[in-house]
Design a protein around this ligand. Structure first.
Ligand SMILES: NC(=O)c1ccc[n+]([C@@H]2O[C@H](COP(=O)([O-])OP(=O)(O)OC[C@H]3O[C@@H](n4cnc5c(N)ncnc54)[C@H](OP(=O)(O)O)[C@@H]3O)[C@@H](O)[C@H]2O)c1
Length: 296
């Protein structure tokens, strides 16, 4: 069967997630063209020479040249790995507008890859609301999108639990029993490469993929990794308010990829929007376990 899409652009070159997406797309034989956008003057790490990706330095404000690039390469899929700054400063939006005008782009993966943001638009949750509002924008310009919700990435467990600060799994006092979705960065990249080359366009347009490599409470994480627990008022580490705020949300259940912001609880786990429901689109895949990736 002919691959669904073969020409890709990845936005962002040397971030926390982009190397995994670039690597997975590079290894997918059905991907014939792979361009990576990086900002002019970016100090991101260069792409390894073994990758089949071609790095282009772009000016996100140069609408005409973005259209030219998409048309020249017949770009069909854009995978945005841009930072949350780019969601709020409109660089992601500028790419989407050029993609729409180019006329070649069939699918846009907006920068999501975390907690479920569906339903947060207009609710004043900062960049989380901004991600949901970006989906509304894509609908307004009629550019099909696929959103990938992943819960917490495996390599961010040390940050979320303050492990880097004191070698312990720090858990907010009286908490630690709420299940959270965790996914390996490699699985996120490989999932995107797989579905966009194998699923029909109808299964890719305007969808939410709710992935889940493992579902664990923070107490279970401590036991799985064989690390001591410390109960704390705030997660220790640099900018402690960030992991503390995410850990607080996770303890409310929001870290599950089955979370429904309207109902304020998980969707039915057996239903089409349950935690990990997106995994079914990659039949036969063995999802990585935390210990496959995280060596502490
Ligand atoms: N679930 C989790 O555990 C988790 C953890 C972290 C992040 N996330 C989410 O994953 C997504 C990607 O995050 P990340 O940490 O990988 O991003 P990042 O490393 O902060 O940034 C990714 C790339 O975006 C580009 N960039 C940065 N600021 C930009 C701007 N203002 N305009 C245009 N490009 C810009 C840079 O590429 P160039 O320098 O090449 O231009 C950068 O390498 C975000 O949506 C974030 O919320 C999830």
């Amino acid at each position: 069967m002919a691959p669904t899409y073969t020409s890709f652009v990845v936005l962002g070159s040397g971030g926390s997630l982009s190397p995994y997406i670039i690597d997975a797309l590079s290894k997918e034989p059905d991907v014939k063209k792979l361009i990576v956008f990086s900002r002019l003057g970016s100090s991101s790490k260069p792409i390894p020479p073994s990758s089949k990706a071609e790095l282009l330095q772009v000016d996100y404000n140069d609408h005409t040249s973005l259209i030219d690039i998409f048309r020249t390469h017949g770009t069909e899929v854009i995978v945005s790995t841009l930072s949350t700054d780019a969601v709020t400063d409109d660089n992601q939006k500028k790419v989407a507008l050029a993609a729409k005008e180019a006329g070649t782009v069939k699918l846009f993966f907006p920068s999501e890859y975390g907690m479920v943001t569906h339903g947060l638009g207009g609710k004043g949750h900062g960049w989380l609301s901004g991600k949901d509002e970006f989906k509304d924008f894509l609908e307004s310009i009629d550019l099909p999108y696929a959103r990938v919700f992943t819960g917490v990435w495996f390599r961010w467990i040390p940050w979320l639990t303050g492990y880097n600060a004191n070698g312990k799994i720090n858990i907010l006092k009286d908490k630690g029993d709420t299940p959270i979705s965790f996914t390996a960065e490699e699985d996120i990249g490989e999932f995107i490469a797989y579905v966009s080359t194998h699923l029909p366009p109808s299964q890719l347009a305007n969808v939410r993929f709710r992935l889940q490599g493992e579902r664990r409470t923070t107490k279970e994480i401590a036991s799985q990794l064989g690390k001591p627990i410390e109960f704390v008022d705030a997660i220790p580490g640099e900018n402690s308010e960030w992991p503390t705020s995410i850990a607080t949300e996770c303890e409310l259940g929001v870290g599950s990829t089955g979370y429904n912001h309207e109902l304020k609880k998980d969707n039915d786990v057996a239903g089409p929007e349950g935690a990990g429901s997106g995994n079914r689109f990659w039949e036969g895949h063995v999802w990585r376990k935390i210990e496959d990736v995280l060596k502490l």
